[in-house]
Design a protein around this ligand. Structure first.
Ligand code: DC
Length: 220
């Protein structure tokens, strides 16, 4: 079974997708981590994130791997653990430009389909239900208000010792929403057959349970 979870930045997709995958014993694929890794590679190589030609030239040199561990999944770029590096603000803020490059989307979509071909999967991102896995048995489109997403990011940052004001986070989230939903290639859009879940007033457990119930229905 394939479960596709899409939605805007900080709507809780990866937290939920990880828990759902764990409960079901499915593989979890965080496609945002893949776009972030290409972004990191560009920044490290002094390539402007919107330079389509030069970013594209880096792709054949990228060996990307998810490595499951007892503490969760690690992200490897050419043999280096970049799990933390890809969460830095400069990567976050440049990932929209990189993910708007059609050749990057094509390359990562191919890699994502290869991962999905290995078995039961929960995949989260922006275009999973619409483009990457259009035949997924269960598609969820997860949203939350900008204020709530900024609040969650603020708390998450706090636990990592990072301080960015709520106002700045709200602005960043709104900017990313706009960029992700207006780009030409695979914009963020709810698939026609996706189920909308607004997590603004829901707990993590409530969202996980709703998805597990939907999965059980599909399995019957
Ligand atoms: O979900 P995230 O914040 O880790 O995503 C990082 C960036 O990658 C974000 O700018 C949106 C983009 N992205 C995308 O375009 N398509 C996906 N399937 C996943 C992420």
């Amino acid at each position: 079974m394939q479960i596709a979870i899409d939605g805007p930045a900080s709507a809780g997709k990866s937290t939920i997708a990880k828990l759902v995958a764990k409960k079901l014993g499915y593989v979890y694929c965080d496609t945002g981590a893949m776009y972030r890794t290409v972004t990191l590679m560009a920044l490290r190589n002094g390539v402007a994130p919107d330079d389509a030609k030069q970013v594209t030239a880096l792709l054949p040199k990228l060996e990307f791997k998810f490595v499951p561990t007892a503490d969760g999944q690690l992200v490897y770029m050419n043999g280096e653990d970049v799990s933390l590096a890809i969460r830095q603000e400069d990567v976050t803020n440049n990932a929209s430009a990189v993910s708007a490059i059609p050749a990057v989307r094509e390359d990562l979509t191919r890699r994502q389909r290869e991962i999905a071909a290995e078995g039961n999967i929960v995949m989260d991102g922006r275009d999973i239900g619409t483009t990457v896995l259009p035949n997924a048995e269960l598609k969820v489109f997860m949203i939350a208000s900008v204020a709530e997403r900024a609040r969650r990011r603020f708390l998450d940052n706090q636990s990592k010792g990072i301080y960015v004001s709520i106002e700045t986070l709200e602005e960043e989230i709104a900017t990313r929403d706009h960029k992700d939903s207006t780009r030409k290639t695979s914009p963020l859009r709810q698939a026609d057959d996706a189920i909308l879940i607004d997590t603004t007033k829901m707990t993590i457990d409530e969202v996980v349970n709703q998805i597990l119930a939907l999965q059980a229905e599909r399995e019957r």
